[in-house]
Design a protein around this ligand. Structure first.
Ligand code: UD1
Length: 432
C-alpha cells in the first residue's frame, strides 16, 4: 500500500492548480450513456473514482478512451448492449448507482447492485428508487441488486419530491426523466453546482429542462439525445481544501495563488466563514490569492446543502480550527456520523471532541506528527493538512482513499514548498 510522509513546518507558497471536479465529472459521464453518439468530456481529472466509472461503463459495452495527459474522455455508448452494474464495481464507488437512471433512460431496463454502507454510516438510496418508481419504473430486489424495468420499454415520466434534497437522487431522476415519454417534475431538487453543470450538458445534448438551478425542475421528455463536447468545471472541494491549506500553512501576509478555480461554486457560506477567520481572498477571474492572517480567528460552522457550508469541507475546517486562536464547533447536519478522522487527529495532539453530531475544537494546541490512518476521502486530506502544520513527521496510511479524489496531491503540494513524499509500505509488517 502507499502512504504519504509529510515533514511539517514548511510554508506553503507559490501556486496550486485546481483540477477538474470529480463529482461533476461522474455525473457528466453518466449522461454520456443516454446517447448513441460519441461524447467528448474535457478537464476530467485522472482519479481512481473516474477510472472505476470508466470500468462501470465498459461493462455495458460502452467504448471509453481516457487520454489522461490531455484530461479528455471520449465515451461512445453506441454499442451499449448490457444493462447491468455489478456489485464488484458499485461497492468501490457509490456514484456507480447513477447507472440505474442512465440505463433505465437509455434502454428501459437496469440491473444495478445496491451500494451498501459507507465509512461514515448508512447512506440510503431509497429516494433514488422511489424517484424511478414515480417515473413509471417497476422495481424489484434480487440478491442485492435493484432490478428496474419500464413496462412498455420507455418510462412514462411523473412527479416526485425529494426530502431531504439529494444530489445523487436528483441526478438519477434526471437521467431517467429526460428521455421519458411524457413530462416530469422534480421538487426539492439539489442546486449544487454539480447538478447545474450536469443539466447544462443534458440541455446541450437536446434535453428539455426548465428551472435549472432552482428547487423545482420541469422536464419534457425527448425521443433521443445527441452527442456533445463538454467542459467539466473545476473541483470546488479541492479549491476549498487548498484555501484552508493556504490559511494554515501559508506565510502570514504573503499570498498563495490558486489557479483554474471557480470560487462562486463554493457558495457564500463557506466564503464568508473563510474571510471571518481573518484570511483574505482576492479573486481575479479564475485565479485566487489567499492571504493568510497572523492569527486565525475560530469560526463555528454548520454543514448544509448548497449554498450552505459543504459537508465535504468540514473535516478540513477542523484543522483550520485546530490552528486558530480559541474554541469553535463543527456541526454536521447532512451525515451525522462523519467524524472518523477525529480519533486520528487526537493522536496528533488536536483537542477535538465529538458530541452528538458536533465536534468541539480547542485551537492553539501544538500538533505533533504521528502515524495516522485514512478512513475516507475528505478525512484523509484533513490528516494531510494536519501533517503540514505538525511538528515532525506524519505518516498518512491507506491513501488509496485520497487517490479516489485528489489528483496528484503530493506533486502539487511539493511544488508549492511542502515536504511530502509517497512511499510504499507493508500494512502487516511488525515494528522493527
Ligand atoms: C454527493 C457527493 C458527496 C457529498 C454529498 C453531500 C457525489 C459523487 N458525491 O453524495 O461527495 O458529500 O453529495 O453534498 O457527488 N439521502 C437519503 N436517501 C437517498 C439519498 C440521500 O436519505 O436516497 C440523504 C443522505 O443520507 C444525506 C442527504 O440525503 O443525508 C444528502 O445526500 P446526497 O446529496 O444524496 O449525497 P450523494 O449524492 O450520495
Amino acid at each position: 500500500m502507499d502512504k504519504l510522509v509529510i515533514r511539517g513546518g514548511n510554508p506553503l507558497q507559490g501556486t496550486l492548480p485546481v483540477s477538474g471536479s470529480k463529482n461533476t465529472a461522474l455525473a457528466l459521464m453518466s449522461a454520456a450513456l443516454l446517447t448513441r453518439e460519441p461524447v467528448i468530456l474535457r478537464h476530467i481529472p485522472d482519479l481512481k473514482d473516474i477510472r472505476t466509472f470508466c470500468r462501470v461503463m465498459e461493462v455495458t459495452g460502452t467504448e471509453v478512451a481516457f487520454d489522461t495527459g490531455a484530461h479528455t474522455l471520449r465515451i461512445d455508448a453506441g454499442p451499449l448492449n448490457r444493462s447491468e452494474a455489478p456489485y464488484e464495481l458499485v461497492k468501490r464507488m457509490r456514484a456507480s448507482f447513477y447507472m440505474l437512471g442512465a440505463l433505465l433512460g437509455r434502454t428501459g431496463q437496469a440491473r444495478v447492485s445496491l451500494p451498501g454502507g459507507c465509512a461514515w454510516g448508512p447512506r440510503p438510496v431509497d429516494l433514488h428508487i422511489q424517484g424511478m418508481k414515480a417515473l413509471g419504473a417497476e422495481i424489484s430486489l434480487d440478491k442485492g441488486y435493484v432490478v428496474a424495468r419500464a413496462p412498455l420499454g420507455r418510462l412514462k415520466g411523473g412527479d416526485f419530491t425529494l426530502s431531504p434534497s439529494s444530489v445523487g437522487a436528483t441526478i438519477n431522476f434526471l437521467l431517467a426523466a429526460v428521455t421519458a415519454a411524457g413530462p416530469s417534475r422534480l421538487h426539492g431538487a439539489a442546486t449544487e453546482p454539480d447538478v447545474i453543470e450536469f443539466c447544462q450538458m443534458l440541455t446541450a445534448m437536446g434535453a428539455h429542462i426548465e428551472g435549472i438551478g432552482t428547487r423545482t425542475l420541469m422536464i419534457s421528455g425527448v425521443d433521443a439525445l445527441g452527442g456533445v463536447s463538454f467542459d467539466n468545471c473545476p473541483d470546488r472541494i479541492e479549491l476549498g481544501t487548498f484555501m484552508i491549506a493556504a490559511a494554515i500553512a501559508g506565510r502570514p501576509g504573503e499570498p498563495v495563488t490558486l489557479s483554474h478555480a471557480r470560487p462562486e461554486h463554493l457558495g457564500q457560506v463557506f466564503l464568508q466563514a473563510f474571510e471571518q477567520t481573518g484570511s483574505r481572498v482576492k479573486v481575479d477571474g479564475s485565479t485566487l490569492e489567499v492571504i493568510p492572517p497572523h492569527r486565525l480567528t475560530p469560526v463555528s460552522i454548520s454543514t448544509d446543502i448548497y449554498p450552505g457550508f459543504p459537508t465535504d469541507l468540514q473535516a478540513q475546517w477542523t484543522i483550520l480550527l485546530a490552528c486558530a486562536d480559541g474554541n469553535a464547533k463543527v456541526l454536521e447536519t447532512i451525515y451525522h456520523d462523519r467524524f472518523k478522522h477525529i480519533p486520528e487527529l487526537r493522536r496528533m495532539g488536536i483537542n477535538a471532541v465529538v458530541v452528538g453530531n458536533e465536534v468541539v475544537v480547542e485551537g492553539g494546541n501544538p500538533i505533533e506528527g504521528a502515524a495516522v490512518m485514512s478512513t475516507d476521502l475528505r478525512a484523509s486530506v484533513s490528516l494531510v493538512l494536519a501533517g503540514m502544520v505538525a511538528r515532525g513527521e506524519t505518516h498518512v496510511l491507506r491513501i488509496y482513499h485520497l487517490d479516489r479524489g485528489y489528483e496528484g496531491l503530493e506533486t502539487k503540494l511539493a511544488a508549492a514548498g511542502i515536504d511530502v513524499r509517497r512511499e510504499r509500505y507493508d500494512e502487516w509488517a511488525d515494528p522493527s
